[in-house]
Design a protein around this ligand. Structure first.
Ligand code: PMP
Length: 357
């Protein structure tokens, strides 16, 4: 790196996205994308007229998109913020609230929280998950800091009930609590209904998982109007055109086609059940997931070996070389055909290693 950059960034450890190799066709179960394409109406919305209009800037107010999201979720557009992926909301929120009060998040959670905390030189406190990878709710009460929780958590998939989330939000009236609901559509309870009751709550969501649009980069959140104004201040101070024209029309059309996406979530939940049962029958421990992935380990096969064996046989999963979870792999739930093939290949690996009971 160059000698010109600010020394503040010398020790910054960047976020490492899941690998996207192009060397061969993999069954790709490593970055929690949807196995289903966007709905036909979503694809049609990105028509040639919209493409021709790329010579014009996108609507900086994202009016239609915000209206469509607000309508689907029964809230007012003034309580909606839209972003270039939900990572951007996290970025802005750490900048706004983490810098103000310090931050709190779990040891095993979405890796970007720590990166943002370090990027902004935030004083952060890490709360270890319990030994069964559940969250100790008391760790997040009355923190006096910007408090961030993924619900369901990633990469564990474990969800907290809404009652517990409300206890956390209510106990932190003087700092912001951000609930990252990237995976909420796969079976967890959302906290978005609480935004009218609590002025310190941000509930963050994304089109990347349940709405099959990871490549469009579109996130959104719900919060009290004052918090939305804070986020808009940073958006207009960095990139008012953060959501391009094609993504705006696709995101608007996708909200109008909500049933299509929610049906796909049901299919993924069914496939998750199948995958969990099959892995359990093969001797794996599988954490109870409310997300579009499962977090699993085999008592006699290291996480890294399983990951490498799968990769050599054309299946990509996510392995983290991180303390406490190095024996695990996070496996995205793909289509039923993909997961049937994944189970078949897993059985072969166990057989080769003499681990098939
Ligand atoms: N939160 C969590 C918990 C995630 O796993 C992800 C996806 N990597 C994100 C937020 C960000 O998703 P996106 O920027 O694609 O909306």
């Amino acid at each position: 790196m160059s000698r010109f950059k600010c020394s503040e960034f010398s020790n910054l450890k960047e976020y490492v996205p899941g690998e996207q190799p192009r060397d061969k066709q993999y069954i790709k179960l490593n970055t929690n994308e949807s196995p289903y394409p966007p709905s036909p109406a979503t694809i049609q919305a990105v028509d040639s007229g919209e493409v021709a209009d790329l010579c014009l800037y996108s609507d900086p107010e994202c009016k239609k998109l915000k209206q469509a999201i607000a309508k689907t979720y029964g809230v007012k557009p003034k309580n909606v913020f839209v972003s270039n992926g939900s990572d951007e909301i996290l970025n802005f929120a750490f900048m706004l609230y983490g810098k103000a009060s310090g931050a709190v998040f779990a040891d095993i959670t979405y890796g970007f929280y720590k990166v943002f905390a370090q990027l902004y030189g935030i004083d952060y406190s890490i709360k270890p998950l319990n030994s069964d990878f559940t969250i100790n709710v008391d760790d997040y009460k009355s923190t006096g800091r910007f408090t961030v929780l993924a619900n369901p958590n990633a990469p564990t998939g474990i969800a907290l009930p809404l009652k517990k989330i409300e206890e956390i939000v209510a106990s932190n009236p003087d700092t912001v609590v951000l609930i990252d609901e990237a995976y909420v559509d796969f079976g967890a309870e959302s906290a978005r209904g609480l935004i009218s009751k609590y002025k310190n709550l941000i509930v963050c969501m994304t089109y990347s998982k349940s709405r099959s649009m990871a490549g469009a980069r579109l996130g959104f959140c719900f919060a009290d109007e004052e918090l939305i104004k804070d986020l808009e201040l940073i958006r207009y101070s960095t990139n008012p055109y953060n959501i391009n024209r094609l993504t705006q029309v696709a995101g608007t059309a996708a909200m109008a086609d909500n049933d299509y996406y929610m049906q796909n979530c049901e299919r993924i939940i069914e496939t998750r059940k199948f995958t969990t049962e099959e892995l359990t029958a093969l001797g794996f421990d599988v954490l109870e997931s409310k997300a579009n992935f499962v977090f699993t380990k085999h008592p006699e096969l290291s996480g890294k070996d399983f990951y490498l064996e799968l990769k050599s046989k054309g299946v990509l999963v996510r392995h983290f070389e991180t303390e406490r979870i190095a024996d695990f792999n996070r496996i995205t739930i793909g289509s039923m055909e993909e997961m049937t093939e994944f189970i078949k290949i897993t059985r072969e690996i166990l057989k080769e290693k003499g681990l098939l009971k």
